[in-house]
Design a protein around this ligand. Sequence first.
Ligand code: MN
Length: 437
Amino acid sequence: MSRPLVDFTHDPERISWVPGANGHNDFPVQNLPLGIFSSANMDRRAGVAIGDKIVDLRALYESVVSEDARAILEPVAYVKELNSFIARGEHPRIALRHLLFRFLTENPERLIEQTPLDSILIAMKDCTLHLPVRINNYTDFFAGVHHAENAARRRQIPGGQFPNYPYVPIAYHGRASSIRPSGHAMRRPRGQFRIADAPEPVVGPTRKLDFELEFGTWIASGNELGHPIDIRDAHQHIAGYCLSNDLSARDIQVWEAQPLGPFLAKNFGTVVSPWLITPEAIAPFRTARRARGPEEPAVLQYLDDTADAASGGVVVNLEVWLSSRQMRSAEIPATCISATSTRELYWTAAQMIAHHTIGGCDLQPGDLLGSGTISGTVPASGGSMIELTNDGASPVEIGNGELRAFLEDGDEVVFVGRCHRQGFASIGFGECRAVIH
Ligand code: MN
């Protein structure tokens, strides 16, 4: 089976002529993520991030001289969302990566003629970044194994884990319409919840607003209804990855989710990083899927594949940074309140896809699969406030001596995701920033 392989576009010695791109925290030339942007004088279009700039793929298409390059850029030159492009699968995506890599590392005049470079390279700070795709469907998994253990402990489940956990990649269908790109100011949701053991619920703004640190997978081509995706083919259906903040209202959640799953506690907003990080960019940072202990059952056959077991995991270091309105007005920098890693995911994206479709459900290009909250083994690696503060009992200190049990109005939560490996250029996901108001 084919998997994204390490090739010349991962060579850490290759440098770009774009100022500031080499050694850039997120977007060196070895990354080349896809996105949708606009600016004051440009309508929505596709771009590729390089350093602090965006390559305008429409402008590049209109400037290239070779027919081959035109053919590679044509499917993405005039789109306002990436669904149709990513639905074409890996070959056009890899061809685009190779073309952009050559353009950005070699003499650009070999590709374009008589076009000033600053009409193709746009400063990212002057642009608005949009969702990369039209999201038709959003599914949120529960693959963070320590998050699941923490949830099981709160519910006093015998053995400290849900008995179905090693068998079923647990998930629920989320709300796609309320997903927004990084930077969005989310309103504190109202809903009903019960305070302690009061006999009646109250209706009002949530008192337990929380973030959920998640890793998102974008679906490339989908499947027909009634035709499951075999785990051996699942990688072909992945267009890329993002960071995701699945904002949650814990008081609303515990009251409403008896006996059904999350509803108003989760449907008011999710914030994602706007750059689609491709499987090709991630290739050097692959790892084996999480090993199972001797006490755990073997993975069921439809979720098992040799190649996925060997390299279906990915290592992304994750951090959560928090700042209050007060801190920002006093120019106090944000505090890192949690650090963890995608190593803590129990299921790979391929296993999620195989499970999601085994009953015949049809995935569509641009669907988003959230991993579920990713927490580490220690309290300081919690992927949500409910875990970092033990449901508010042990508030965390942020920067200026303020304490936080849950998120307060004016708080800004920023997720950072980076991949490092000896011998390779580090890459990042760009910012996933949510503001509460
Ligand atoms: Mn979630």
